[in-house]
Design a protein around this ligand. Structure first.
Ligand code: NAD
Length: 105
């Protein structure tokens, strides 16, 4: 079974990619996972019949993450949907917004 990495695979958009991918692949879901929606999506993914194919790797893409690099190296594909999406946060903390959405990508 091949492997894919999905950055933000527990986010609003990414959870659909994860659900589709873990039918045929081991899926490594990476990202900051503390957002309420992420926690709910992870609970749902873990209750899925294919959840044995799911690996969760918490991390912040602004920081070096050797564990993520190792997973990407052995994966068939990587999908990147991690983003700071809140307009309010982009105004109140624009530095973090640029770090995640521009430099982090
Ligand atoms: N939701 C939509 O309708 C929609 C439509 C078009 C495009 N998009 C794009 O899809 C992407 C994902 O959007 P979403 O709606 O799923 O948002 P979301 O907030 O549900 O998911 C984004 C995820 O990114 C991860 N993340 C944020 N900051 C991070 C960091 N510093 N390090 C690691 N992970 C981090 C978190 O896990 C977070 O849950 C964005 O680029 C968004 O612009 C979304």
């Amino acid at each position: 079974m091949g492997q894919v990495v999905i950055a933000a695979g527990a986010g609003s958009i990414g959870v659909t990619q994860t659900t589709g991918s873990h039918r045929r692949h081991r899926v490594v879901v990476y990202g900051r996972l503390e957002r309420k929606g992420c926690v709910t999506n992870l609970e749902w993914l873990r209750s899925h019949p294919r959840s044995e194919n799911l690996e969760v790797l918490a991390g912040d893409l602004r920081l070096p993450t050797p564990a993520l690099e190792r997973e990407v190296e052995v994966s068939e594909a990587s999908f990147h949907m991690a983003a700071q999406v809140a307009v309010t946060s982009s105004v109140t903390d624009s530095v973090a917004d640029v770090e995640v959405n521009a430099m982090g990508t």
